[in-house]
Design a binder for this molecule. Structure first.
Ligand code: URA
Length: 237
């Protein structure tokens, strides 16, 4: 890969900026100061440094965000702040996108990556990737609802959902539940509760596949997945 492409991809600015770095004698390859931006380098085998710091090439990034309400799961929007707007320039530079959508008012686990193959596999209806949600529901959630979800419920457009595993955490005027579903229809959790005559007043995704939301992430915060977590989420392909 060309030296200027490598450094630009890894967040050292535009190709013009990289040229300046070379002029400043800030870039070395295997200990020799680099002079030519068009030089081809292999960052795996060669020791490329900028101001003495080794440059590690990374093609993909995998981020776990605790999405806050009020922000939309898209890469750009005319009116609203997007989850990509919450990324720092280094991560945004990889051109990542959210894997699937959470509603504007939904919080919680959102995977953001530039790995299109992984995204495709996680979203494919054939893969049945489980997603677990925590929700507050207006009204009393009952054993009948558990049974109905277990059978699958009919949404407003006539679609019969796959079975959902509903757990009641608290039943009362306001109930609290966890629901595991393996599909991702538009507004699915809200519409499943509508199908049994109830309203979701708060929704948060807790997990996707075998990855759980990191409890240390505050709303709006994110972090890179560890190599182990990347392996784990890829196993769902
Ligand atoms: N189901 C919903 O209704 N909304 C979401 O954001 C995710 C699942």
């Amino acid at each position: 890969m060309r030296l200027d492409k490598l450094l630009s991809n890894m967040g050292y600015g535009s190709r013009k900026d990289v040229k300046k770095l070379l002029k400043m004698k800030a870039v070395s390859i295997d200990g020799i100061i680099a002079k030519d931006v068009s030089l081809h380098v292999d960052p795996e085998k060669q020791n490329v440094t900028v101001l003495g710091e080794r440059v590690h090439y990374q093609e993909f990034i995998y981020l776990m965000m605790n999405k806050p309400a009020g922000v939309i799961s898209a890469t750009e929007d005319l009116y609203d702040q997007t989850v990509i707007d919450l990324l720092d320039p280094f991560h945004a530079h990889f051109n990542p996108f959210p894997v699937g959508r959470l509603d504007k008012d939904t919080e919680g686990f959102l995977l953001i990556t530039n790995d299109g193959v992984l995204a495709h596999n996680l979203l494919s209806p054939k893969k049945h990737v489980p997603k677990v949600y925590y929700a507050k529901i207006e009204g009393r959630v009952t054993e009948e609802d558990i049974e109905a979800f277990n059978q699958g419920v009919i949404l407003d457009d006539g679609y019969l959902t796959k079975p959902g595993k509903l757990i009641i955490l608290k039943s009362g005027q306001v109930s609290e539940i966890e629901l595991m579903i393996s599909e991702g229809k538009f507004h699915q959790v809200k519409r499943m509760f509508e199908a049994v005559g109830k309203k979701v007043t708060y929704l948060k995704r807790l997990s996707m596949g075998n990855l759980q939301l990191d409890q240390n992430l505050s709303l709006g915060e994110y972090r890179e997945l560890s190599p182990d977590e990347i392996e784990k989420i890829k196993q769902k392909e």
